[in-house]
Design a binder for this molecule. Structure first.
Ligand code: MTE
Length: 306
């Protein structure tokens, strides 16, 4: 029997915030905690050799043209709206079909799994793309640690729900989409060595507008699968209903593999505009990672499982 539920986790945090950290933690513990907070945002990591010689987009582009609906549907507004977002400490909840349900702070995850750089192509379903040097660790390292049991067929990811951080979560029926933002992967997709948990980019901690302090990056899928500001990771029996599929099932599916042969109902996916470039370039199947991932979809009709 599992004893902690995601709801219990939410309530515990609400209680903690209501009491104020001071009521629970002694002042010495607080000063110790503050002393341990990172003073600069640089990270130590194993660099990517960039064997494919991908041309990295300038940091300014990747950090100032973003999709983060919890702040705004505008591409640049999240930069200003997220400036006061507090991202340390940040505890993630791990629940579901795993050996031990628990909460772990982001810096503890970094210390446990170490950091490496991954220079990946990133393709948004809207038709733009970029190349980003992410820093983090492969998700399989975390899953190995959590020990999913044989009922764990999918991994469900949830963004934090906190209207004090995210203004659009406060707008009730007028919000842009339903919150919290949810994503999911099949267990074999989640365990694929390319599937990455990022805590940084361009050598530094993630900026709030890019999903600080911790997000998912799945380079062969459309960008909406790469869910930001993670709050919960659950190993589950059933395929989760991801936010965009829930929002519009005719246009967005569960798999969302980058595929130039399957158009979006309202636009072609055959080409993409690299941020900062004028001319479009052809989109690559699985965003250029076909050799590594196409076996995951052997025998599946990619028009049906879009
Ligand atoms: N995650 C959350 N929680 N909310 C969002 O609005 N947008 C998604 C994805 N993750 C989104 C999210 C979309 S549509 C894209 S393309 C990428 O984040 C954009 O990531 P970037 O802004 O860092 O480029």
């Amino acid at each position: 029997m599992q004893t902690i539920t995601p709801e219990a986790f939410f309530n515990a945090r609400r209680q903690f915030l209501k009491l104020g950290a001071g009521a629970l933690v002694s002042s010495t513990a607080i000063s110790k905690l503050l002393a341990e907070l990172p003073k600069d945002t640089s990270l130590h990591y194993i660099p990517d050799s960039n064997a494919q010689k991908l041309v990295i987009n300038p940091m300014e582009q990747a950090t100032h043209y973003v999709n983060f609906y919890e702040f705004s549907t505008d591409k640049e507004a999240p930069v200003k709206l997220s400036q006061n977002m507090k991202t340390t400490p940040w505890h993630l909840g791990f629940f579901g079909e795993i050996a031990k349900e628990q909460m772990i702070e982001v810096d503890t995850l970094i210390a446990k799994f170490g950091l490496e750089e991954r220079i990946y192509r990133f393709r948004c379903v809207e038709g733009w793309s970029m190349v980003v040097p992410w820093i983090g660790f492969p998700l399989y390292k975390l899953l190995d640690y959590l020990e999913p049991n044989s009922d764990a067929k999918y991994v469900k990811f949830t963004t934090r729900h906190d209207p004090t951080i995210f203004p659009d979560q406060n707008r009730g029926i007028f919000s842009a989409i339903k919150y919290p933002y949810v994503e999911g992967l099949r267990m074999d997709e989640a365990r694929h060595p390319l599937t990455f948990i990022a805590v940084g980019m361009y050598g530094k901690r993630l900026l709030p507008q890019n999903g600080a302090p911790i997000r998912l990056v799945v380079p062969w899928k459309y960008g909406f699968k790469s869910i930001k500001s993670l709050d919960l990771i659950e190993c589950v029996k059933e395929q989760p209903l991801n936010t965009w599929q829930d929002q519009n099932p005719n246009e967005y599916g569960f798999y969302a593999n980058v595929n130039p042969e399957v158009d979006h109902p309202r636009w072609t996916q055959a080409k993409e505009r690299v941020l900062g470039k004028l001319l479009k370039q052809p989109t690559l199947k699985f965003n250029g990672y076909a050799k590594e991932v196409e076996h995951l979809y052997a025998g599946m009709d990619l028009r049906k499982f879009f």
